[in-house]
Design a protein around this ligand. Structure first.
Ligand code: ZN
Length: 130
């Protein structure tokens, strides 16, 4: 399915973009094409999410997948954004022992990994303690 035109027009590289339903006001992330509450009655529009949230739960990863070995140990958390959606994300720039449930975090953009074949470096969102 081709992305609707508005997805291509939004500069979403430095923001988290979800969708908001104009019918029930629910904010959804990742973005959806159909509101799970309203179905065909939903009116979904792109919505710029809050850059702040808090840690709902977390774990410390000691054994990393291939390509992430140099980052262990790291914190993988479920963060609830101020707008409501929850997402799984890495929490960076902190000692894993200093992370607690309820900590305030904010969005940052970081290198995620690189493609060894062509040297392209990928960036994506992570969070750090406020
Ligand atoms: Zn809805």
């Amino acid at each position: 399915m081709a992305a609707p035109r508005f997805w291509r027009e939004i500069p979403n590289r430095y923001n988290l973009i979800g969708t908001k339903c104009g019918n029930c006001n629910k904010v959804l992330f990742p973005p959806r094409y159909i509101c799970p509450h309203c179905r065909r009655m939903g009116k979904l529009e792109p919505y710029k999410l809050s850059r702040r949230g808090k840690i709902v739960t977390y774990g410390v990863v000691h054994v990393a997948p291939e390509g992430f070995e140099d980052q262990v140990p790291y914190v993988l958390a479920i963060v609830e954004l101020e707008d409501g959606p929850r997402l799984t994300t890495q929490v960076v720039d902190c000692d894993p022992n200093e992370v607690k449930i309820g900590d305030e975090v904010e969005l940052v953009f970081r290198r995620i990994g690189s493609d060894n074949e062509d040297g392209v470096i990928y960036y994506g969102f992570k969070f750090r303690k406020v």
